[in-house]
Design a protein around this ligand. Structure first.
Ligand code: MN
Length: 213
């Protein structure tokens, strides 16, 4: 299959002033777009048969060695950014966790405030480029992790903690450097005011259902 760049679910300036329009445009069209193009090149050159980007990430250790690094980096990049755009919304419009998700945050991570502290710690302490995650593990529990580069929790066999990602925060400098310069903690703090909790809750329910199968 050929992968394509998904449209942003809002205008590129919708996350102003917390994420500026120039960063959004570059990040979406050049960075995410670049991952999609390179992923398609790798899939084509190896003649890979694949039905979805999820499947490709979950079976990363079975991808032929000649293109595995490229699929890991660019396929991971495509998957991660597709999630990232989806879970953001204009500042102050995202609500708060509710229902099953709020209960699970309390049960597994000690509640929203503790979750925020743990994800912030994972995001700010990731050395160099990478991501921090809220995920559902194979026991159906919410956990926090972080991965280097474009790895993600779907990549069983490559990551320390595998599972289904529910929230991902991009801590590559390209995600924040124009506005926040070297101040990653300020960008991470802003991220929490941009989370679309209804999208996250929907995502949580489908991840939990997969984990319980
Ligand atoms: Mn990025």
């Amino acid at each position: 299959m050929k992968f394509s760049l998904p449209d942003l679910p809002y205008p590129a300036d919708a996350l102003e002033p917390l994420i500026d329009v120039e960063t959004m445009n570059l990040h979406h069209s050049k960075h995410h777009g670049g991952y999609v193009n390179k992923l398609n090149d790798a899939v084509k050159s190896a003649g890979l048969k694949t039905s979805s980007i999820d499947e490709l990430c979950q079976n990363i250790t079975k991808v032929p060695e000649s293109v595995r690094a490229s699929v890991r980096n660019n396929g991971g990049g495509h998957w991660n950014h597709s999630l990232f755009w989806k879970i953001l919304t204009p500042p102050g419009k995202g609500g708060k966790p509710s229902g099953d998700l709020a209960s699970a945050l309390k049960r597994d991570l000690g509640g929203y405030d503790r979750f925020k502290e743990s994800l912030t710690e994972a995001a700010t302490s990731r050395f160099g480029s990478g991501w921090a995650w809220l995920l559902v593990d194979s026991d159906g529990k919410l956990r926090i992790s972080s991965t280097p580069n474009q790895d993600n929790p779907l990549m069983a066999g490559l990551v320390d903690l595998s599972g289904m990602p529910v929230v991902g925060i991009d801590v590559w400098e390209h995600a924040y450097y124009l506005k926040y310069r070297n101040r990653r903690p300020e960008y991470v703090a802003a991220f929490f005011d941009l989370i679309n909790w209804s999208a996250v809750e929907e995502n949580y329910r489908s991840c939990r259902d997969v984990a319980s199968r």
